[in-house]
Design a protein around this ligand. Sequence first.
Ligand SMILES: [Zn+2]
Ligand SMILES: [Zn+2]
Length: 249
Amino acid sequence: MEERSYPFFLFLMALRYFVFAGIAFSLFYILFKRNFIKIKIQKLFPKRKDYRREIGFSFLTMVIFSLYAALIFKSPLSEFTKIYRDFSEHSIWYVIFSVILAILIHDTYFYWTHRMMHHPKLFKYFHLVHHKSTNPSPWASYSFHPLEALVEGGVILVVVMLIPIHPVAIALFMIFMLSYNVYGHLGFEIFPRWLLKTKLGSWFNTSTNHNMHHHYFKGNYGLYFRFWDQLMGTTHPKYQETLNQLKNL
Ligand SMILES: [Zn+2]
Ligand SMILES: [Zn+2]
């Protein structure tokens, strides 16, 4: 990883974004658009100019996220991180555990920074760009103002400073992060209903949940889970009702 430079990180980020968001967009917005209409959360489709704006800002975000990657792997700061390179230093179980820990840390980090960026004094400068997508598409996954991208990307610094983590676990965490983000902005609800009805499943965040955040601006601030929204009383009052109105796949 040491020899890899900034353009390589940017290439990886762009590849990850265009593959994941591109597959979702091709399936749901082009190829099987009509087959999936029953599970479309908002009945209208975004406009071309929305896709263009979302892709443009997402690219800027990737430029900033790659700076963070260069910072933790290539700069003198890497000495102060808990990243370990020797796979045998911890068990394979720890690698899996560290990915789960990173996801939990990110969930908390996201909820609180997200709420902070909804403060009227900060919203316009940090978060307005993301909320221009009132009916988001998969391309909106990383559609952030550069200031918000700096905040969002900061989670990686928190993770590598807090827990011993292997680059493979970081890569898995990054892949999970983007796939869940693409799902959250998909515009279609594909979460299995049987799983949502279980105790464990009901704690997961759904695309409907995040779509409502984009639609109403208030409530549903969480990312992967609903723990924080439930604990802080910020779940949108119409969440369950909206979810129940959507047909099964
Ligand atoms: Zn928001
Ligand atoms: Zn969003």
